[in-house]
Write a protein that binds this ligand. Sequence first.
Ligand SMILES: Cc1cc2nc3c(=O)[nH]c(=O)nc-3n(C[C@H](O)[C@H](O)[C@H](O)COP(=O)(O)OP(=O)(O)OC[C@H]3O[C@@H](n4cnc5c(N)ncnc54)[C@H](O)[C@@H]3O)c2cc1C
Length: 310
Amino acid sequence: MYPRAFEYHRAKSYPDAVRMLGELGDDAKLLAGGQSLIPLMKLRLSTPAHLVDLNFIPGTSYIHCNGSLRLGAMTRHSEIAASAEAARLPILHDCAAGIADPQVRNMGTIGGSIAEADPTGDWAPVLLATGATISVTGPDGDRAIDIADFIQDAYTTALQPGELVTEISIPMPRSRDAGTPGESRGSTRDGGAYIALKRCAPVYASASVAVQLTLDNEECCREARIYLGVLGLTAKRVVTAEEALRGGPITAPHIEKVRQAVMDLAEPVSDMRGSAEYKRHAAGALAKLAVDAAFRRAQGECVEVTHLYA
Ligand SMILES: Cc1cc2nc3c(=O)[nH]c(=O)nc-3n(C[C@H](O)[C@H](O)[C@H](O)COP(=O)(O)OP(=O)(O)OC[C@H]3O[C@@H](n4cnc5c(N)ncnc54)[C@H](O)[C@@H]3O)c2cc1C
């Protein structure tokens, strides 16, 4: 189906885009990669009268590492998947490389993904597990929002009218080389992993789990952040699973507790992707795999993670 007729506007800068949004009002939408918006427009589920294109604004697609990893909002999934800087947080590569197919990854942006806040999107659980901060700009200036406050509900964010996402910032992991101030070098290390179950590449996941761990002395779990994706209106933090890991070595019984906690928290519904029971068990199995991979990565092992297709 063809979208409703709209007027196209090309922004030259973020302030220009903010000005346009202010002038054009509620009937205007930002266009980033178009991988969510254009299909919705073709189905006439979204019918904006104006599109403000962000694609020609210079300097909005970048991956910088200085203290934290900073990703420009217009950075494409494929750029993150291919980036040596982003690979310092392997969980980012797990996520970016598994989104849909090359066409979607080459166009879709991380800023558009989190602004869309699709409950089945891959970025939310990963950015929540890594404690990302979202920078936005708007008519009242710039502000930084913790990702946990940014995503408020399904398709609902903290963005106010006229605001747009400019940058995603993620704390760099502690590593053997970096050490932690006040501690011996290599005593504290971070590792994370993200695994999703998909029916095939060009579809959204049926379930997903993101895990970020901090280990002391390569063994003792100091901190754990575990988020379940897809099986709820927003990504869900699995606090009981985190508690099961915190404060000791990570062994098979601990990982089993994580699996059970994830299954208990999941709220799947039966649909074309599978029955509720199937998804609940899948989420538990993904959690085990993700904890294992994150743990081994935090110990310094190079672990390759790919999504599972079934
Ligand atoms: C076939 C297919 C399969 C897909 N599979 C997956 C998948 O498995 N996992 C996954 O995570 N995603 C998937 N996607 C979605 C894809 O990741 C999109 O890239 C993403 O959802 C939206 O990013 P975009 O840059 O295309 O945004 P757009 O579609 O351009 O915009 C999405 C929304 O965000 C707003 N927006 C865009 N940029 C900004 C900004 N900087 N600030 C504020 N608002 C903004 C737009 O106005 C619009 O409302 C799939 C898409 C398709 C078409």
